[in-house]
Design a protein around this ligand. Structure first.
Ligand SMILES: [Zn+2]
Length: 155
């Protein structure tokens, strides 16, 4: 994804202008033509008061909100990607396919941030996954107890 290109979410045009919320098409013509990317746009005056406007199709949207949404989506994509390659790596190790495991690590781990020894990396990643899962379960239990507590007080 290229963050530095502002595009209309509806028609894909890059003829975008921006202004304060509620500005009209007439005023939009005198608005700022965007060159600094959606990030710069999101940083404009208190961000939530700024609206982007497409000169091609007339679509209006909140660039700050959209920027946040894009960031979340990107984060989700990264997490999904990580889940997939880790699972493939686990399977490769569990099936004794070291060549495949090596390939996956070379592709996904260029800075050796997960370590270089395959077996060691495998157990480290597994441990990480398990502690994440445990943490999620604990959070769920706490939230569950809290809800039960609130409900029992109300009845
Ligand atoms: Zn448009």
């Amino acid at each position: 994804m290229d963050n530095n290109e502002v595009k209309c979410p509806k028609c894909g045009s890059n003829q975008i202008t921006a202004g304060k919320k509620g500005f009209s098409l007439g005023k939009a013509a005198g608005g700022i033509l965007l060159t600094g990317g959606i990030g710069a746009l999101a940083g404009l005056h208190g961000s939530n008061n700024v609206e982007a406007f497409c000169l091609s199709c007339g679509a209006k949207w909140n660039p700050a909100k959209r920027f946040e949404e894009e960031k979340l989506k990107e984060q989700q994509r990264k997490e999904d990607h990580e889940k997939i390659w880790k699972n493939n790596f686990y399977k490769a190790i569990e099936n004794g396919n070291e060549n495949l495991a090596n390939e996956i690590m070379k592709r996904e781990n260029p800075n050796s941030m997960y370590g270089t020894d395959l077996k060691h990396t495998y157990s480290n990643l597994k441990k990480q996954d398990e502690s994440n899962a445990t943490f999620n379960i604990i959070v769920m239990i706490i939230v569950g107890c809290f809800i039960l507590f609130v409900v029992s007080k109300c009845v």
